[in-house]
Design a protein. Structure first.
Length: 824
């Protein structure tokens, strides 16, 4: 890294502070976002996870937990559409035994209790909320251990100089199984709940004697119990417990005033039917200015079979885990491991650029968000309920580009999983269900193409060509090497092209809402055609490396598709977006609405279909017509009339979602196209515009978390202009990251090494990057004395000048020093 002076760091920090908003700020040192008041426009959330046991945590203690699948294996409840919003959660109640006053140290669910202070720190897979009320400061840190157990690590401090006697209650509402069934069939589903208290080990255990796992609403369900027991335990001696929500809360009450807490009792309820909760009560004596620490644990253990022996086995398994963590100091150790895992993850790519916002996002938040999209796809957020379609194939493939430099092993695993969801003909499940298996085949003709794309990206990153020989089964029988799987993906799309080599749109392409353009099998998608071209070009490149004859075949096909796209899809000033079954052009000069779509322009460039004048022209058209103060709209002008031959996009209100919002995923591809065209200043400006901390963001309008990208920002075409939605789980995260690392900073993995090819603003005089590549760490300093946009003059590796701008993999496991001199 460059030696940044104390002054620079100071001004960097000042700039960070300036971009903080009235609800919080970034603590760069701690790698946390700090929320300083609880009344944010919406809940601002975070993820806790060990990769299997996961939960969402809002800054006021809301959220839910699940094991692998948020739909099929939901542990705790969260009420969609709830008023007050964001209920329930992982709540702790503190009750002063002398006065009877009680409150929740996370603000919710007791918002009428005035807090003297509030702070929430969201970090990578942990959240710490600290509040002061009635002279008691309480800090709860939520995180998950490797044992499939979440921890609420609590520290309580007396601040007024008088001794206090407190009751401490934990509380969660349990779903125990299928979350959608819990919502739509709760009056029946609750008859299978079973909550027991194990007095010897002081653990509350809960399960369900029925588990719906078939995907459709059918009476033909498996004859099975939920395959887990949830447990809750405390490191404090347990004085009472409750498993019945009705008893604990009491009639006509809510989480705000549970009767048990109000009365300072527990009813010691175990249930065999009814709405289940887990609540433990303990007593705590706090001397004046005294401090106490304790933990609440909640987790899952497997349920194997039925009957007493099986129940006892689960109880023993839970007790065994809990005992290990009841040892003082153990949990602190576990938390420190989590922090060092974070640092290890991030160490693969760190930058120091004269751009503090980019430093902040690339060094931490953007990497964290892509790790999260890798882990959760679009399956579990406050916007994706985790109840419907499971995971999207195309999303899961793209998300895999995120952890590629930090965790190539994860990507290898994902590739195996995705190849295993392919059918013999090369088609794939469009969406699939983790844990319970299966999926849905829809006929989208972009979906299969994302597999070759990640396989090739993996090869360029790792050089691990042995993966191509791995034998992976097809969904419908038989098996083949991974190489064959990706050939079949490309082959399947070939079978979905018309006589002009253009790809049919079928029930939709990347844009899910162009869903009625091509159901009769005649409509074509230019985006699919460009993505297909891109994959053909990449396949040709791969076969050249493999020295196989197929390279020529792919190259010829690429050339034919490219020529045809340019012949049939060019519309004078830009590329059209699609042709529907009626033969009508969509996204054309001649269209009344939806005249231009940015994806068609971006992908024409990304795929190499558009070159020279045409490439410049189509991107200029996109910039001219789709620019807003928040970035580029997905299309312009938005549809105001429903068109049944286009579909859902035209049913959505103008300015939102795929009907003309700044849809960040599409926006990120436009930035990529500009970077490919070496339009550095524009790309950099748009990169900043996309950041949720751009100075133009009015956070009260924006509403969602400022530390992660959201799916879309409402365009000026709607009165709620500037409002964002679907934060966290969006494909834009991975592309914003890789655009910046690979094309803007310009450190791009190729088959034979790491290419240095930046595209930077001319006022960047120097920047540096630390990047892990094939096991080695490269400390790369870029010098730009002449103020150009990144043209490489020379590359010096460990003191020796290289020919060209490709650093061959050193492969000795040592750190390497690279200096790249840039010119005009
Ligand atoms: C959502 C979907 C993604 C789709 C996009 C555009 O982000 O998860 O699969 O490509 O919307 O419709």
């Amino acid at each position: 890294m460059t030696n940044t002076s104390a002054r620079e760091i100071q001004s960097d920090t000042e700039r960070m502070n300036r971009i903080s908003n009235k609800y919080g700020y970034f603590d760069r040192q701690a790698r946390e976002f700090v929320i300083t008041r609880p009344d944010t426009p919406l809940p601002w959330v975070n993820y806790i996870t060990n990769g299997k046991y996961s939960g969402l945590v809002s800054h006021t203690g809301g959220g839910y937990s699940f094991f692998i699948s948020p739909r099929d294996c939901r542990i705790s409840r969260w009420r969609y559409n709830s008023l007050p919003q964001d209920r329930p959660g992982r709540y702790l109640y503190l009750r002063d035994r002398q006065t009877g006053a009680f409150w929740s140290p996370t603000w919710q669910p007791t918002p009428s209790v005035p807090l003297t202070s509030f702070q929430c720190r969201h970090g990578m897979n942990y959240t710490a909320i600290t509040t002061l009320a009635y002279g008691i400061e309480a800090r709860i840190t939520y995180f998950v251990t490797r044992e499939n157990m979440e921890v609420w690590m609590v520290r309580i401090r007396e601040t007024e100089g008088r001794s206090r006697s407190l009751d401490v209650y934990s509380f969660v509402e349990l779903a125990l199984g299928h979350a959608l069934v819990d919502l739509i069939n709760q009056p029946n589903d609750k008859h299978f709940n079973d909550v027991r208290y194990l007095g010897d080990s002081q653990i509350l255990m809960a399960t369900k004697r029925y588990w719906v796992t078939f995907n459709s609403a059918t009476v033909k369900q498996a004859n099975q119990s939920w395959r887990h027991w949830a447990f809750m335990a405390s490191t404090l001696p347990v004085a009472g417990f409750d498993g019945s929500r009705d008893r604990f809360i009491g009639p006509w009450r809510s989480e705000e005033n549970p009767i048990a807490v109000e009365q300072g009792v527990s009813f010691n309820t175990e249930i065999t039917a009814g709405d289940a909760i887990a609540s433990l009560r303990s007593s705590l004596e706090l001397p004046a200015h005294g401090e106490k620490e304790f933990c609440i644990f909640m987790g899952v253990v497997p349920r194997e079979g039925e009957g007493k022996a099986s129940d006892e086995k689960a109880g023993t398994a839970a007790a065994e885990i809990v005992e290990r963590f009841r040892i003082p100091g153990r949990i602190g150790e576990e938390f420190r491991k989590l922090v060092s895992m974070r640092d290890d993850y991030l160490s693969s790519f760190q930058i120091e650029a004269p751009d503090p916002e980019m430093n902040l996002f690339i060094n931490f938040w953007n990497q964290y968000q892509t790790k999260t999209t890798y882990q959760f796809s679009r399956d579990a957020s406050y916007h994706h309920g985790g109840l419907l379609f499971g995971r999207g194939y195309r999303d899961s493939c793209q998300d895999a580009l995120g952890p590629l430099f930090a965790k190539p092993g994860w990507v290898k695993e994902r590739i195996g999983e995705m190849a295993g969801k392919q059918f013999q003909d090369g088609s794939v499940y469009h969406c699939y269900y983790p844990l319970t298996g299966g999926g849905e085949r829809t006929g989208h003709s972009d979906t299969p193409l994302w597999l070759p794309m990640i396989v090739i990206a993996y090869l360029k990153e790792t050089g691990d060509f042995s993966i191509l020989e791995e034998i992976i089964p097809f969904v419908d029988g038989g098996e083949a090497s991974l190489l064959e799987h990706i050939e079949r993906a490309a082959g399947f799309i070939k079978s979905k092209t018309n006589e002009q080599n253009l790809v049919y749109i079928g029930p939709g392409d990347w844009n899910d809402t162009l869903d009625y353009c091509g159901r009769e099998g005649k409509g074509i998608s230019s985006l699919n055609s460009f993505i297909y071209a891109f994959v053909l070009r990449e396949m040709a490149g791969l076969h050249r490396i493999l020295e196989s004859d197929r390279a020529v075949e792919y190259q010829n096909l690429y050339d034919a598709v490219k020529a045809s796209c340019n012949q049939h899809l060019w519309d004078g000033k830009w590329y059209i977006r699609a042709i529907n079954d009626l033969g009508e052009k969509i996204g054309s000069l001649s269209s009344e609405e939806g005249k231009i779509f940015i994806n068609a322009q971006s992908w024409a460039v990304i795929s190499g279909v558009a070159e020279g004048e045409r490439a410049a022209r189509c991107m200029d058209s996109a910039l001219e017509m789709c620019s807003t103060p928040k970035g580029l709209k997905i299309l312009h002008p938005p549809y105001t009339r429903v068109d049944p031959h286009i579909g859902l996009a035209t049913r959505c209100v103008p300015g939102k979602k795929e009907n003309g919002a700044v849809f960040n995923h599409a926006f990120s591809w436009a930035i990529l196209a500009l970077l490919i065209l070496k339009r550095a200043e524009k790309a950099h400006t748009l990169y900043h515009q996309a950041l949720p901390i751009h100075p133009s963001v009015d956070i009260d309008r924006y509403e969602v978390e400022p530390y992660v990208y959201s799916e879309y920002v409402t365009s000026p075409d709607h009165p709620s202009f500037g409002q964002a939605s679907h934060s966290w789980l969006t494909g834009s995260s991975v592309w914003m990251l890789r655009n910046t690392t690979d094309y803007l900073l310009g450190i791009r993995p190729e088959y034979n090494g790491l290419l240095m090819d930046p595209c930077i603003p001319s006022d960047w005089k120097e920047f540096s990057v630390t990047r892990r590549y094939r096991g080695d760490l490269y400390n790369i300093t870029f010098r730009n004395p002449g103020g150009g946009n990144g043209r490489v003059i020379s590359v010096i590796l460990d003191g020796d000048a290289l020919e060209g701008n490709l650093i061959p993999p050193c492969g000795d496991g040592k750190p390497h020093e690279v200096i790249v001199i840039l010119g005009n």
